[in-house]
Write a protein that binds this ligand. Structure first.
Ligand SMILES: *Cc1c(COP(=O)(O)O)cnc(C)c1O
Length: 332
């Protein structure tokens, strides 16, 4: 398995290979995934680490004591680096959208509506990212269960929230394709224009921009179906906060202060389960995420927010990097 939970699920899936023993005792184990840090860490952060950490940090990725020094780095510098990355991500996303709008012959007024919060000169908009394959168990449209509530949350005039989606559905996955179309259509509705943006052609280049540039990385799979959810690791190493159902890697990575962990609803009925999970995430956004991000006033650095972002890097880089993974595989 590629996480502790996934190891348990996998052991049960193949339990009939060893009918004489219980699934927990069969030889299926797990090595929790990690990411290749030099590939997914934005250059701005590499430069920040060069300024504030001992030389050779790149060869000491698993050294938790080294990474704990991030706690003492200046908040203003940390904040400036993270807003700088977001601003460049906005620029890149505008470039993609502009090519798409031109190809489809969309009007100037539609363009202005859609990009109104995507302003590289004003990166202080709380930006939530959701980008992955649109397999149905990942529930891309989960927050739309309560559409009016989501519209209120995103549309707040003082504390705007931008929700960036990107993804691909397998060509044979009709339900996945229909969720994708549903979200894409919201981009031009009066409720969500400029607040929900969907980006086509999800690939590794776009993934790298989004995980580095979005303030919050959302993941809301049906537990326990998310094997790992590796994109969340990519976000955390870039100092971004996961808001995620406690499944896959996040059930091991969440420590109470490096993002938000949503306990999955324990009910059988799928409709009811989805409604409960959606409510729990919207509650957390309204009560914690938005007030914390905007806590110091528009454009200012919220000390508590920055504390959590540092904590995300400090706790996730040493435990979820590819060197640790390879060494776990090697030592069996
Ligand atoms: C990291 C990555 C993934 C995996 O994302 P999940 O969180 O596991 O859904 C998928 N696609 C691309 C392009 C990636 O970079």
């Amino acid at each position: 398995g590629v996480s502790r939970i996934h190891g348990r699920v996998s052991a049960r899936l193949v339990a009939d290979q060893w009918p004489e023993i219980r699934p927990e005792e069969n030889p299926v184990g797990f090595v929790t995934n990690g990411v290749h840090v030099p590939t997914f860490l934005h250059q701005t952060w590499a430069e920040f680490f060069d300024r504030h950490l001992p030389a050779g940090w790149v060869d000491r990725l698993s050294d938790a004591a080294l990474w704990s020094a991030l706690e003492r780095t200046p908040d203003e510098d940390f904040w400036a680096a993270s807003q700088d990355v977001k601003s460049r991500m906005f620029e890149s996303v505008r470039g993609r959208l502009s090519a798409e709008f031109a190809a489809k012959g969309m009007s100037g007024s539609q363009w202005r509506q859609v990009v109104r919060l995507l302003d590289p000169d004003r990166p202080d908009v709380l930006t939530i990212g959701f980008a992955r394959r649109f397999a149905t168990y990942k529930r891309a449209a989960l927050l739309l269960k309560d559409r009016a509530r989501l519209a209120r949350l995103l549309g707040d005039a003082e504390r705007p929230v931008l929700l960036l989606f990107a993804g691909k559905a397998h060509p044979a996955d009709e339900p996945g394709k229909s969720v994708l179309r549903e979200i894409k259509q919201l981009m031009l509705t009066p409720e969500f224009a400029g607040r929900i943006v969907f980006l086509d052609d999800y690939d590794m280049r776009l993934a790298r921009w989004l995980v580095a540039g979005c303030d919050v990385w959302l993941n809301n799979p049906v537990a326990p179906l998310e094997a790992s959810g590796t994109s969340g690791i990519k976000a955390a190493i870039n100092g971004r906060l996961n808001l995620s159902v406690l499944d896959g890697w996040w059930a091991e990575g969440f420590d109470g202060g490096n993002g938000w962990g949503i306990p999955p609803a324990q009910v059988q009925d799928a409709e009811r389960r989805d409604a409960l999970d959606a409510d729990a995430i919207l509650d957390t956004l309204e009560e914690e995420v938005v007030p914390l991000y905007y806590g110091a006033g528009a454009g200012r650095c919220s000390a508590e927010w920055v504390r959590r972002c540092k904590r995300a890097q400090m706790t996730v880089i040493p435990r979820f990097n590819m060197r640790r993974v390879v060494s776990d595989y090697a030592s069996g």
